[in-house]
Design a binder for this molecule. Structure first.
Ligand code: IMP
Ligand code: MG
Length: 179
């Protein structure tokens, strides 16, 4: 598996430091609120599980799974809900937890959908951001790292469902997806 990685972009230690920072900030900002973390499956699971342990105020969690129609490499913007939330959102301060923000199409869709369910508030926390590939404007309220426009895997992120279990974020060798 390690043979397929060109370089380590974010080490385990660097990720842990940033996640702790985000958790502390969220704990401060959501004091007295009714926090619900909504993880987008499957990419967010590693980030979500580390992040929630750094949150020191009461919180609930839920998950949602979406897939985009059309091309497999780039998002089409048309999103299908594969697994919806279990919890009705009324009264909650929803914080969407996402692995990476690329074109923004997926998150744009999800945010509008969740807003229509009348929560108290909806904000976004994304670990990674590729700011130069944005196709729609999406405001991130919390974000970990800006990264270059390269295909990355690990710490929950996959290529063809592989590499999610790598403890770091690394750049995938192009030969892996070009062959
Ligand atoms: P967007 O709709 O283009 O913002 O797509 C975001 C989704 O695309 C993420 O949730 C990831 O599943 C996937 N994605 C985008 N860039 C990468 C990458 O570099 N590695 C792995 N998955 C990615
Ligand atoms: Mg994915």
């Amino acid at each position: 598996m390690l043979d397929d990685i060109a370089e380590v972009l974010l080490s385990k230690e660097k990720l842990a430091g940033k996640v702790a920072e985000l958790g502390a900030k969220i704990s401060e900002d959501y004091k007295g609120k009714n926090l619900l973390l909504v993880g987008i499956l499957k990419g967010s699971v590693v980030f979500m599980s580390d992040l929630m342990k750094e949150i020191t105020i009461p919180t609930r969690i839920d998950f949602m799974s979406v897939s985009s129609y059309g091309a497999d490499v780039k998002t089409s913007g048309v999103v299908k809900i594969v697994k919806d939330l279990d919890i009705p959102l009324q009264g909650y301060d929803v914080l969407i937890v996402e692995d990476i923000l690329d074109s923004g199409l997926t998150l744009h869709y999800i945010i509008e959908l969740l807003k229509s369910r009348n929560p108290q508030s909806v904000k976004i926390c994304t670990l990674l951001d590729k700011p130069y590939s944005r196709r729609v404007d999406v405001n991130t309220d919390y974000h970990g790292f800006d990264i270059p426009d390269k295909f990355v895997v690990g710490y929950g992120l996959d290529y063809a469902e592989k590499y999610r279990n790598l403890p770091f974020v690394g750049v995938l060798k192009p030969r892996v997806y070009e062959k």
